[in-house]
Ligand binder design. Structure first.
Ligand code: ASP
Length: 325
């Protein structure tokens, strides 16, 4: 039987409600997701690697101001854009990550050079920026990442923080879209290529108003990103602290390997049981070696798209699977 192939992408999970969207906004999001999905898929179709496909898809989402990654990243409490990204090759288990970088235009490219051109897995801050520059990644002025919308979100988050919050809602100030629209806009992609290799990539600006060099799950191998040819490739989005504590991306793979669960059983368990019980909000995308896919989330919506050689081709936003437009 011919090896199936495919790609799944996400642009973040959260309180994404149809009533808060205009048809024009929906179209913008779905068009950009489709562009990223198709860029990754055409690489796979031509026999390209899963690694190239996930990187290409993530670069398109990083370059769009619609998502909280690259251009469009949220602001820290100090008014900076501090970016994190990681990538993993399911064939070799090699991985690369950068965290807390401010000048790398496409952090996912930097994660890839850490994986392929260094002996390390993770680099942070200035050192990561120096290495990425040396390896030819595009470096930009920090002002490249400024967007008015994200700046206003920071001001709102700072304002709300000064108001005593109800205990049940003490984290609302750090939600990327502000308390009225809790959305995590991290981007990610997972793919299976014609050679049967899996790969995963995730990129983020983290959470609005984050302080003290906070790093979330996105650049942490096993938490926000994981790929292993025997099981699955996974990329996560959501409240990073919960994803780190529960080692979510690896847990999907471990449940499959040791618990003999299917991809969808494993993915659904970690999002809708493990995280749900802890009130940990978010979702993940995953693909296995047969191009089975899973996209569970315990929020109202998750920007997502899937295209496989087995005939799936769709972009969705809301919980009930209702299409964007
Ligand atoms: N998981 C990311 C973080 O905690 C946020 C997101 O998914 O938007 O940094």
């Amino acid at each position: 039987m011919e090896q199936p192939f495919g790609i799944v992408i996400h642009g973040g999970a959260g309180t994404i409600l149809k009533k808060n969207m205009t048809p024009a906004m929906e179209k913008e999001y779905t068009d950009k997701l489709a562009e990223a999905l198709n860029a990754g898929y055409s690489i796979l179709e031509k026999g390209g690697s899963a690694l190239d496909a996930v990187e290409a898809a993530v670069v398109i989402l990083e370059d769009s101001p619609l998502f909280n990654a690259g251009k469009g990243a949220v602001f820290t409490h100090d008014g900076k854009n501090e970016l994190d990204a990681s990538i993993m090759d399911g064939k070799t288990l090699k991985a690369g990550a950068v965290a807390g970088v401010h000048t790398i235009r496409n952090p996912i490219c930097a994660a890839r050079v850490v994986m392929e051109k260094s002996e390390h897995v993770m680099m942070v801050g200035k050192g990561a920026e120096q290495f990425a520059a040396k390896m030819g990644c595009a470096i930009v002025d920090t002002s490249y990442f400024f967007t008015q919308k994200r700046w206003e979100q920071l001001q709102e988050a700072i304002r709300v923080e000064t108001i005593p919050l109800d205990h049940t809602d003490t984290t609302s100030f750090i939600y990327p879209e502000g308390p009225s629209d809790k959305k995590y806009g991290t981007v990610g992609a997972v793919a299976l290529d014609k050679q049967g290799n899996l790969a995963a990539a995730t990129s983020t600006g983290g959470m609005t108003n984050k302080k003290f060099g906070r790093v979330g799950d996105s650049p942490i191998i096993g938490s926000g990103t994981y790929a292993s040819n025997g099981t699955s490739a996974v990329s996560c989005t959501g409240h990073g602290e919960y994803f780190i504590r529960n080692v979510v991306a690896y847990d999907v793979s471990a449940q499959m390997r040791y618990g003999r669960k299917s991809l969808s059983e494993a993915a659904d368990f970690v999002i809708n049981q493990t995280l749900q019980k802890q009130d940990g909000r978010g979702g993940l995308i995953a693909i296995d070696s047969n191009a089975n896919v899973a996209m569970p989330f315990n929020t109202e919506g998750m920007y997502r798209g899937v295209r496989t050689s087995r005939g799936l081709n769709e972009v969705k936003i809301y919980e009930n699977g209702e299409k964007g437009s």
